[in-house]
Ligand binder design. Structure first.
Ligand SMILES: [Zn+2]
Length: 463
């Protein structure tokens, strides 16, 4: 009897498992790659054959309007939530939350307080709630527990882990027995060198060439792993970079005493928290202080910036014109490149390329918003987007008319059909078997149960 039962279970597994396996192999797969600070036009500064290979075989969007402020964390969180910074709550790299009375700092890697992240729900949480698996290699926020969830696989942030090691991890996760459907890959360049050299420095050519080489490495590894033809890959960034200069400095110390405020976030968009009762005094001191600095009270921040309705946005915001820096005085560290400026400026815009079975070939689109990436990702993954500030219809024209989720639809239908027949037949056999087995057991054991009953009853009767 037991042997029969084992055989039945094995039969069900054999009947159903190929279908499950093929479902996993056919499920749409997406890799999202961000090269931090890769300005949209860098690919034309020096030969970048690998970027051009993707463009020729896929799509490119010329101007992607990212979100204000054009910094790393706000924009990376926008990519995975589709929300403006005021709505997802990661309003800067350096933040103070007056409700929590807590600070958040990318500079000090003090970013692990989940509360800062939980105004929104990133796409990997939704992906996993819908039964899929995610793998993240250093993407901002993926090593933070958000709404009680980490990505299925993730790496604890460590900038010294090489690009090649990050790629190797992702490929392992994509081809494992329980594969991920969604991978996120982050690389710190060319942002870091862009700050040091400035984007107009001829030495940036070598930095961009090196990144082109990294992209070429990724493509060849994906081909080796036989992932290249089935994976949808999106290559983008959080922001661009503008050239700074020691000739274009605004020194706050010249206009307002340091004791009157706390500088929460730094140049080129400075978040200012005035000391108790000093709001008007600080504002009046700064509002007309310098022709290349625009100063807003929080409630005056233009609505087009979508940067007002959040308790982590400070009472005063001082915004430098492009290429200008706001420091307390000249002794503060100055870099030759910076970002964070108005998101209307082309120099702040990131690159956007995509390739894969879902995307059109050799196609260029004029413009999109970075918030549109999230509904696009949800569509590619076949998951339901949460409310967001993007629009799938803005980016639908990047896709082939029919998203080829499955290269063999008829075969797939037959397999699905076989799967349900298998489950139905298997379940019926088990039920029939259990009925027969139970009946047999009941008949066989009935006398001994009666004996037991009698034995238990005896002492009671005696008592
Ligand atoms: Zn940067």
């Amino acid at each position: 009897m037991v042997a029969t039962l084992i055989l039945l279970v094995m039969a069900i597994c054999v009947m159903t498992s190929p279908s499950i396996l093929s479902f996993q192999q056919d499920q749409p797969r997406v890799l999202l790659l961000s090269f931090d600070g890769f300005r949209w036009d860098y690919i034309y500064k020096v030969p970048t054959p690998n970027f051009h290979y993707i463009m020729k075989n896929g799509v490119r969007v010329k101007q992607v309007t990212n979100v204000f402020i054009t910094k790393t964390y706000p924009n990376h969180y926008t990519m995975v939530t589709g929300l403006y910074a005021e709505s997802h709550g990661i309003v800067a790299n350096e933040m103070y939350d007056p409700v929590l009375n807590k600070t958040f700092s990318l500079n000090n890697m003090n970013i692990y307080n989940s509360k800062f992240w939980e105004e929104a729900c990133p796409i990997w949480v939704t992906n996993q709630m819908e039964g899929h698996r995610t793998g993240a290699a250093m993407w901002p926020g993926t090593d933070v527990k958000i709404h009680g969830v980490f990505p299925t696989h993730y790496l604890f942030y460590n900038e010294s882990v090489s690009f090649e090691d990050r790629v190797a991890k992702l490929i392992d996760w994509f081809i494992s027995e329980e594969p991920i459907n969604f991978g996120l890959l982050y690389w710190e360049q060319p942002d870091a060198m862009g700050h040091v050299l400035g984007p107009e420095n001829p030495l940036m050519g070598a930095v961009i060439s090196e990144i082109d080489g990294k992209l070429g490495y990724l493509v060849s590894e994906l081909k080796k792993a036989k992932l290249w033809d089935t994976l949808n890959i999106i290559i983008t960034s959080d922001h661009g970079m503008a050239q700074s200069s020691s000739e274009r400095l605004i020194e706050l110390d010249q206009y307002v005493a340091r004791e009157l405020y706390t500088m929460v976030d730094h140049s080129p968009v400075v978040a200012i928290l005035p000391k108790e009762g000093k709001l008007d005094e600080v504002y009046e001191a700064l509002v007309n202080a310098h022709p290349n600095m625009t100063v807003y009270k929080k409630e005056e921040i233009p609505s087009r910036l979508h940067y007002r309705y959040n308790s982590k946005i400070q009472p005063i915001l001082a915004m430098a014109d492009e290429g200008w820096e706001i420091l307390q005085n000249k002794s503060d560290q100055l870099s030759l490149g910076n970002h964070g400026y108005d998101n209307i400026l082309p120099e702040m815009h990131p690159i956007f390329l995509a390739y894969g079975p879902a995307f059109r070939k050799n196609t260029t689109k004029e413009a999109m918003s970075l918030t549109d990436l999230y509904p696009l990702l949800c569509h590619l993954l076949g998951i339901s987007p949460l409310p967001n500030n993007g629009s799938f219809s803005n980016v639908e024209d990047l896709l082939l008319r029919e998203v080829p989720r499955d290269p063999h639809p008829k075969f797939y239908e037959q397999e699905s059909y076989a799967y349900f027949i298998g489950v139905f037949l298997g379940s019926t056999l088990v039920v029939v078997f259990l009925l027969v087995f139970t009946k047999h057991l009941t008949h066989r054991q009935l006398p001994s149960m009666q004996v037991q009953h009698t034995e238990i009853s005896q002492p009671l009767l005696q008592g």
